[in-house]
Ligand binder design. Structure first.
Ligand code: SF4
Length: 329
């Protein structure tokens, strides 16, 4: 049915051993299309009712445990590894490993790593199981592979807001195995080192530099525009894994100290419609998911900044010291 491994036997075993009567299923956007197939399979093989979370989900920071509490007695969350946050109901995490047909994309990637000896191998949850084979292949081709676990991440794993596994790693370049620019961009902005993407989905090898430069130019433009702002909205997430209340209060003080106005705004989903009632403000600072400001800024009419970008706006940080915003779990 799919290249993803949903570990249905493990799920069925867990449901039976926990004697769950109602099971919640939660998927990131890319996997939601498999929800009804899995629900049917679970209901056929167990005496359980399945409740699918239909809300958007982008990470383990955004568990639907709060919403499912009182309805489901077990939550199965797909596509992410757990974060150190409390869960309101018992939760099982299923990585949903992606099975690759071949590793030939890595051989092609080697040509882009000429002259680079020490390679940091890195990926996301769905491809962690491929790292061992990838490491062997690189070593057979004369590379030294360096990988490390981070704070809240496994060996070689990054999240969109957590690059602790790659920071200060003594490597000449990073090789990212996976799709999209989202994670490689974060690795680049966080480490400033060469990042080569081996993308088995598009069967393409590329360097993130050009894309990262484009994003940095956009960030510079947003920061410049926000320098004229007098009234700021500080956005705080009600999702437990994205909530940074202390940081929000610190930012409010920092803005007030400069004689400008700052308002604390609590939101579950941050998107352009949710900010419509606040268009009397000149700029926004996001203390929720760090990627909202960096990756979605084109969707917003007003400048939308990370906390570090606000520091540049207020003159307490130089542009040369631009830093990626991260959540320290
Ligand atoms: S905060 Fe954002 S980047 Fe971090 S895990 Fe959640 S959705 Fe992903």
């Amino acid at each position: 049915m799919t290249n993803y491994q949903f570990k249905i036997e493990k799920i069925i075993d867990q449901i039976k051993s926990k004697e769950a009567k109602v099971v919640g299923l939660q998927f990131p956007e890319g996997l939601k299309i498999y929800a009804t197939d899995l629900a049917r399979e679970i209901e056929e093989q167990t005496d359980t009712l399945v409740l699918i979370s239909g809300d958007p989900c982008y990470g383990a920071c955004d568990l639907s445990d709060k919403e499912m509490e009182g309805l489901a007695d077990l939550l199965i969350h797909f596509g992410h590894t757990p974060l150190p946050i409390d869960q309101k109901i018992p939760t099982i995490f299923i990585e949903a490993n992606y099975q690759l047909e071949s590793m030939k994309i890595l051989k092609e990637a080697l040509q882009h790593l000429d002259g680079k000896k020490k390679i940091g191998l890195v990926t996301t949850t769905q491809h962690l199981h491929l790292l061992e084979d990838a490491e062997h292949l690189l070593e057979e081709n004369g590379k030294i592979v360096i990988m490390r676990a981070g704070t809240g991440t496994l060996k070689g794993q990054v999240l969109g807001c957590n690059f602790s596994s790659v920071q200060d790693l003594p490597v000449d370049a990073f090789l990212y195995l996976g799709s999209g620019n989202f994670h490689p961009l974060g690795i680049k902005l966080s480490t400033k080192k060469t990042v080569i993407i081996a993308d088995p989905y598009l069967n393409q090898v590329r360097n993130i530099d050009e894309f990262a430069d484009k994003i940095l130019r956009i960030r510079f433009a947003r920061i410049t525009r926000a320098s004229e702002a007098e009234r700021f909205g500080i956005l705080i997430s009600s999702k437990e894994g994205q909530s940074r209340w202390e940081l929000a209060k610190t930012l409010k003080k920092m803005i007030s100290k400069e004689g400008k106005e700052a308002y604390l705004i609590l939101l579950d989903e941050i998107n352009p419609p949710s900010l419509m009632p606040f268009m009397n403000l000149d700029a926004f600072v996001v203390t929720a998911c760090p990627r909202i400001a960096v990756d979605d800024s084109k969707m917003y009419d007003k400048p939308i900044l990370t906390p570090q970008e606000l520091e540049i706006v207020l003159g307490v940080r130089d542009w040369e010291n631009y830093e990626m915003d991260e959540i320290k779990y």
